[in-house]
Ligand binder design. Structure first.
Ligand SMILES: Nc1nc2c(ncn2[C@@H]2O[C@H](COP(=O)(O)OP(=O)(O)O)[C@@H](O)[C@H]2O)c(=O)[nH]1
Ligand SMILES: [Mg+2]
Length: 298
């Protein structure tokens, strides 16, 4: 299945909710204040966020006025244009090698699964990958990552349950250097921002990476579950206080009508969505493309 089709499928629920409401609204005819108010509500209901929804609709109102737009199709066209431009603020990420990618986020968002898919993604583009089982909190976590390593035929560095996460990362880096690995991906234990000791552990991992692997291009990606909609946003803020977040991986886009959250994230945090998860399979991850995303929404 082509990439294009996949994101389209994953966005189906978001799209259905959005387009159905938009078309119904447009069928009422006039582009008056009520129309724009209702459109704002529709965007908010798709988790675009209050501030972003208002900004988008303000811009749409101005543009429609300026261009003397009357027809529903034309409104859609202008809205599409505005949404595409809306993403321009976030920096783009091109992964350079050797790379070390640390994956952070709260429990259950899909970190370990995403790492399995990332291993496959990099393999597909002929990069050599090593995984680091930095979630030493639960024995099951390391086992789960080992299964992904087996499935994707990827090297994995792990220690016993309860080991120091930073020590596993240290070993991972030594191995990556020795084997000249292109991409080292570090799994970490899920944590809530209220658990200061676990957050401190992330800082320690960060320090080890800076000290031991200064040659590598360093990326910290936070994994967010799109089904939690706007709640995902507060997680960015909490983690960003402890580690510098470079980008976002948004999972479970296939199971939600809240896909609009991507728009709010890019705007409000000026952080790029780098990958999106579109299912539980090994190939259900793809680089995020804003134009494709907006095109698929309509
Ligand atoms: N439908 C769907 N499920 C996902 C996706 N990513 C992860 N999951 C599921 O989410 C659950 C939690 O994933 P896991 O990787 O263990 O989360 P972690 O605690 O953050 O490491 C698992 O059942 C995964 O199969 C996705 O993109 N789509
Ligand atoms: Mg995990």
């Amino acid at each position: 299945m082509g990439l294009f089709k996949k994101i389209g499928q994953a966005l189906k629920k978001t799209k259905d909710a959005f387009i159905r409401k938009l078309d119904e609204l447009l069928s009422h005819g006039e582009l008056n204040d009520d129309f724009f108010d209702e459109l704002t509500d529709i965007l908010i209901s798709c988790d675009v966020g209050v501030r972003s929804s208002m900004e988008i609709v303000d811009e749409l109102r101005d543009e429609c006025h300026k261009r003397k737009v009357r027809s529903g199709d034309k409104v859609k066209e202008v809205l599409k244009e505005i949404l595409k431009n809306y993403f321009e603020d976030a920096p783009k990420i091109e992964i350079e090698y050797p790379a070390i990618i640390t994956i952070v986020g709260v429990n259950g968002v899909g970190k370990t699964t995403t790492i399995g898919k990332l291993a496959q993604y990099f393999r597909n583009i002929k990069k050599d990958v090593t995984l680091v089982a930095g979630d030493t909190f639960r024995a099951a976590a390391s086992m789960q990552l080992t299964e992904w390593a087996d499935r994707t035929k990827t090297r994995i560095i792990k220690h016993a349950e309860g080991a120091d996460a930073a020590a596993v990362v240290f070993d991972g880096i030594q191995s990556a250097k020795a084997k000249k690995t292109d991409v080292l991906i570090v799994d970490t234990a899920g944590r809530l921002h209220t658990k200061t000791n676990l957050m401190e552990e992330l800082k320690k991992i960060d320090k080890i990476i800076n000290r031991e692997y200064s040659d590598a291009h360093k990326y910290t990606f936070i994994v967010l579950d799109s089904t939690t909609g706007q709640n995902a946003l507060s997680q960015i803020k909490a983690f960003d206080e402890f580690v510098e977040i470079d980008g976002i991986i948004l999972t479970k886009l296939d199971g939600t009508a809240k896909g609009g959250v991507i728009i709010a994230i890019e705007k409000e945090y000026k952080l790029p969505v780098v990958f999106v998860g579109t299912g539980e399979g090994v190939n259900d991850l793809q680089p995020f493309d804003k134009d494709e995303f907006v095109d698929e929404l309509f």
